[in-house]
Design a protein around this ligand. Structure first.
Ligand code: SAM
Length: 286
């Protein structure tokens, strides 16, 4: 993956797939090299502000709702009654905002390794950090691998891995060993969800391996939910759910419908539809 910024376009090239994505930018608003990654923020002509980490597009004002709603609500409406939620990564705080929309949730702890991401989100993506003062929210800045290691067994209802891609600081968040440690801290009936890359590019590789590793880590059921994500490689993304004594190929459909949350993408019907995998993905996973 490589990026370029010339002739007014920010381009992320996805070398391994011979594809690229570009946004017309009007200004570079911020740049910092933290202890962990290179962070940039651009103003774009049509997608609002753009957050980039180590050259990878993370999110834009215009389409982050797709990702943040789909990494949060399917898992929360799959768990029987989520009260204690943990987010690993998620430094932009968009996922935190979505989790806090659920009145039954009593506490959300967000662990991101890089405080610079949250500070940049406060300045350049204020709508994502608008719920940070909720008394149920707790923000910690440390390595998620270590935090999970030290967490109490059977202490979490829903665990959300909202990380960067499996390279750099996030590499440790995609190993079987880490998944086993995640299984340990989930309560019986617990649900874990991890962003699982592109259905088109990665069904036969990263997603297939993640589902296998989740089962090897002790999760009894897994479910991959695709959704559109224009700014990510292939324009199509996914999350994969794993259940510890919870069937993740079903969910609290009536609760999801009656909750009537003020969302822009997720609905009970979208959730039900995302569970109906297309044949090419089913074949890749089998
Ligand atoms: N793809 C997401 C999106 O579209 O919103 C990006 C979420 S967030 C920006 C990804 C976060 O993972 C980053 O803030 C990064 O600092 C964090 N991260 C990477 N490795 C981590 C680790 N080992 N522990 C905790 N957070 C980590």
């Amino acid at each position: 993956m490589s990026t370029s910024l010339d002739s007014g376009w920010f381009t992320e090239v996805f070398d391994s797939q011979g594809s690229a994505f570009a946004l017309k930018v009007t200004d570079k608003l911020h740049e910092v090299r933290s202890d962990y990654q290179h962070l940039e923020v651009y103003a774009t002509e049509t997608f609002g502000n753009l957050l980039v980490l180590d050259g990878c597009v993370m999110l834009t004002d215009r389409d982050n709702f797709l990702y943040h709603e789909m990494i949060a609500h399917p898992a929360l409406f799959t768990h029987a009654d989520p009260k204690r939620v943990v987010i690993i990564g998620g430094g932009d705080c968009g996922t935190l905002r979505e989790v806090l929309r659920h009145p039954g949730v009593e506490k959300v702890t967000q662990i991101d390794i890089d405080e610079e991401v949250t500070r940049a989100a406060e300045r350049f993506f204020p709508s994502l950090t608008e719920s940070n003062d909720d008394p149920r929210a707790e923000l910690a800045f440390t390595d998620g691998v270590r935090w999970v290691d030290e967490a109490e067994a059977e202490s979490v209802d829903v665990l959300i891995i909202d990380s960067t891609d499996p390279v750099g600081p996030a590499e440790g968040l995609f190993t079987t060993d880490f998944l086993r440690r995640c299984h340990r801290i989930l309560r019986p009936g617990g649900v874990m969800v991890q962003q699982s890359e592109s259905p088109l590019y990665h069904s036969g590789s990263i997603i297939r391996e993640l589902r296998r590793d989740m089962r090897e880590a002790g999760f009894g059921s897994v479910a991959t939910l695709p959704f559109p994500q224009p700014v990510y490689p292939s324009g199509w993304w996914s999350v994969t759910l794993a259940g510890k004594g919870c069937e993740v190929n079903d969910f609290r459909e009536r609760d999801a419908r009656e909750a009537d949350l003020p969302l822009d993408y997720y609905t009970a019907e979208i959730h039900r539809g995302a569970l109906a995998l297309p044949p090419f993905m089913r074949r890749a996973f089998d």
